[in-house]
Design a protein around this ligand. Structure first.
Ligand code: OOB
Length: 533
C-alpha cells in the first residue's frame, strides 16, 4: 500500500477476500466490464449531454492516456474540485486506470482548504471547472499554483484560459499497468474533528464492496436512475450506492448542479429518477416545494436521507408526500454505513438509522473509559470492518488517538442500539458543528477568529436551527471593540475559508464556563447560547 497509509492486517484482508467481500479487481477494470455488459445503455446524463457506457469507457481511456502523456504517473496525487458532472466521473475512472490518486475537494473550498489539501496529499496536480455557480475557479487555481510550488499541473474542465483544458489533453488510448486493487484508489475527506480535514484512503476493493452491497440493499438494477444532488465528492452520493453503485448495475446517473427543487424535480420528471440521496435540510426544502410543484415525481422509488439527524416530523412526511420509500442513512467518509431497510416497519424507518450494511461490520458502543455500555445505553460508536479505514493518510499521531490498538475507528458519535438491534444517533462527543450535513471543525474556526486583533479567546459551538439542524455560533472574549458578525465573516473569507464555515452568530461574553480541568465547558456554553437565541 502507498506509504503513509495503514494497511488492513493480512489475516483480516484474507478473511474479507475469502468471504467474497473483496474481489481483487481495480475500479478501472470494473468500468470495462460494466461497459461490456451494458455498452449502449446510458451511464451518465449531464445537462443535455448523455453518455453510454461504451462512451464513458472510451472517454476514461483517452483521458488516462492524456494524463499519462502529461507526465502523470501511478500514485501521483491530484486534487479534484469539480461540480457534479460527467467530467468528474470520467476523470476519476481515468485516474483509477492510471493508478493516479484523486483527492476529493468540495466545490465550496477556497484557497485555504485547497492549499491544505495540496500540501497534505503532496499533490502535483489540481483540476477545476472554469466557472461554477458564479465563481471563477481559474482565479483560485492561479492563486494556489503561486503558493504551492509542487503543483505542476492545472487542468480545467471547460475553458482553460491560460491553463490546459481537460478536453485538450485527451489522447489515443495506451496500454497502462493496472494498479493493485488492494491499494488506495482515491482520498475522501474527513468531517473535520481536527483543525483541518484529514485524508481518508479508500481502496479499490473496499469501495467496490461497499457500493455493491449497498446497491443490493437498495435493489438497484439496469432500470434504476440515480440523481446526484449532493456534491459528488461526498461519500454518500459517490458510493452509498450513489454513482458508482448505479454504474455497477448498468443503471444511469443523472447530474444535478444544485439541490434546488426546480432543477431537481425537473430532472426527476424528465429522466425518470428512481433513487436519490439528500441531507435533512434538502428534504425539508423539497417538502416545502411540493406545495407548488407541478412536476411528476412518481418515478421516485426511494429517497435516502442522511449526514445529519433527521427530525421525526420531517421523516414522517417523506413517504406520504413523495409516495416513495424513505431510507435513513447513517454514514461517514471513514467507512461504516447503517441503512434502514425497505421491509422495516414504519416506526423503525422514521425513528432509527437502521443497521450496518455488511455482516462483517463490527460495532462497539463504549463509555468514556472505553468499556462497553449496558444494553440500550448511549455511548461512543467504535467500528471496524471491510470498508472502514485503518488510519488516515500520513497522520500517525492523530491515528494513535482516533483508533484503538485493535483497529477500531473512534467515530466521535454518541449512539445507542435499540432492543431490536437498530442504531439510533443520540449526539456527538467530537467538537464538530453539523450544519445541515456540512461538518465544521470548531477548532479550525476558533483558530481563525482569534487572528482578529481584538479577540482574546474564542469558542465555537453549535446552536439549534429549524432548517439546518445546527448553526455555528462564535462566542468571543474581546479586548477593546469586539468585532461584529459581518467583520468576522469578512476576516475569515479573506483568510481563504469556504463560505459554509463562516459563523452565523457572534456573542461576546466576559468569561467562559470551565470544566473541572479548566477547559472551556462547551456543553454548558452551547446550552447557554441555545437559550439566548
Ligand atoms: C456522512 O459522512 P461525513 O464523513 O460527512 O460525516 C460523518 C458524520 C458522522 O460521524 C455523524 O456525526 C454524522 O456525520 N451523521 C449523522 C447521520 N449520518 C451522518 N448524524 C445523524 N444522523 C445521521 N443519519 O455524513 C455520510 C457518509 C455516507 C453516507 C451518509 C452520510
Amino acid at each position: 500500500m502507498l506509504d503513509g497509509c495503514v494497511p488492513y492486517p493480512p489475516e483480516v484482508a484474507d478473511r474479507y477476500t475469502e468471504a467474497g467481500y473483496w474481489r481483487g479487481e481495480p475500479l478501472g477494470r470494473l468500468l470495462r466490464q460494466w461497459a461490456a455488459a451494458h455498452a449502449d445503455r446510458t451511464a451518465l446524463v449531464d445537462g443535455d449531454r448523455r453518455f453510454t457506457y461504451a462512451e464513458l469507457d472510451a472517454w476514461a481511456d483517452r483521458l488516462a492516456a492524456g494524463l499519462h502523456a502529461q507526465g502523470i504517473r501511478s500514485r501521483d496525487r491530484i486534487v479534484v474540485q469539480l461540480p457534479n458532472s460527467a467530467e468528474f466521473v470520467a476523470l476519476c475512472f481515468a485516474m483509477f486506470r492510471l493508478g493516479a490518486l484523486p483527492v476529493f475537494a468540495l466545490p465550496a473550498f477556497r484557497s485555504l482548504e485547497i492549499r491544505h489539501l495540496c500540501e497534505l496529499s503532496g499533490a502535483i496536480g489540481y483540476v477545476v471547472p472554469d466557472e461554477h455557480l458564479d465563481f471563477d475557479y481559474r482565479g483560485l487555481a492561479r492563486q494556489v499554483v503561486e503558493e504551492i510550488p509542487a503543483l505542476k499541473h492545472v487542468f480545467v474542465a471547460g475553458e482553460g484560459d491560460g491553463f490546459l483544458g481537460l478536453a485538450e489533453i485527451e489522447a489515443e488510448p495506451v496500454e497502462l499497468a493496472e494498479p493493485d486493487a488492494h491499494d488506495v484508489a482515491f482520498f475522501l475527506l474527513s468531517g473535520g474533528t481536527t483543525a483541518l480535514p484529514k485524508l481518508i484512503p479508500r481502496t479499490h476493493v473496499d469501495y467496490e464492496y461497499m457500493t455493491r452491497i449497498t446497491a443490493d440493499i437498495c435493489e438497484l438494477g439496469p432500470d434504476s436512475v440515480y440523481l446526484t444532488v449532493l456534491p459528488i465528492e461526498f461519500n454518500f452520493p459517490w458510493g452509498c450506492p450513489g454513482v458508482i453503485g448505479i454504474l455497477g448495475v448498468g443503471g444511469t446517473a443523472v447530474m444535478a448542479r444544485t439541490p434546488n427543487p426546480v432543477e431537481c424535480f425537473r430532472l426527476i420528471e424528465e429522466e425518470g429518477v428512481t433513487i436519490t440521496s439528500i441531507v435533512p435540510t434538502i428534504a425539508h426544502m423539497w417538502l416545502e416545494a411540493t406545495e407548488w410543484n407541478e412536476r411528476d415525481l412518481s418515478s421516485l422509488e426511494v429517497i435516502q436521507i442522511g449526514s445529519a439527524k433527521l427530525h421525526r416530523l420531517v421523516a414522517e412526511r417523506i413517504e406520504p408526500t413523495f409516495d416513495c420509500r424513505l431510507q435513513q442513512v447513517f454514514g461517514m467518509a471513514e467507512g461504516l454505513l447503517c441503512f434502514t431497510r425497505y421491509d422495516d416497519d414504519n416506526e423503525t424507518i422514521v425513528s432509527t438509522q437502521g443497521t450496518a450494511v455488511s455482516p462483517a461490520d463490527e460495532i462497539l458502543v463504549v463509555d468514556e473509559a472505553g468499556n462497553p455500555v449496558a444494553e440500550g445505553e448511549a455511548g461512543e460508536l467504535l467500528t471496524r470492518g471491510p470498508y472502514t479505514l485503518r488510519g488516515y493518510y500520513n497522520a500517525p499521531e492523530h491515528n494513535a488517538k482516533a483508533f484503538t490498538a485493535d483497529g477500531f475507528y473512534r467515530s466521535g458519535d454518541l449512539v445507542r442500539i435499540t432492543a431490536s438491534g437498530k442504531l439510533v444517533v443520540e449526539g456527538r462527543v467530537k467538537d464538530v458543528i453539523n450544519r445541515g450535513g456540512d461538518k465544521i471543525s470548531a477548532t479550525e474556526i476558533e483558530g481563525h477568529i482569534t487572528a482578529h486583533p481584538n479577540v482574546v479567546q474564542a469558542a465555537v459551538v453549535p446552536v439549534p436551527d429549524l432548517v439546518l439542524g445546527e448553526k455555528t455560533c462564535a462566542v468571543i472574549i474581546a479586548e477593546g471593540v469586539a468585532p461584529k458578525l459581518p467583520q468576522l465573516r469578512k476576516l475569515l473569507r479573506e483568510r481563504g475559508l469556504a463560505d459554509y464555515k463562516l459563523p452565523d452568530r457572534v456573542v461576546v461574553v466576559e468569561k467562559f464556563p470551565l470544566t473541572g480541568l479548566g477547559k472551556v465547558d462547551k456543553k454548558t456554553l452551547a446550552a447557554r447560547m441555545a437559550g439566548a437565541s
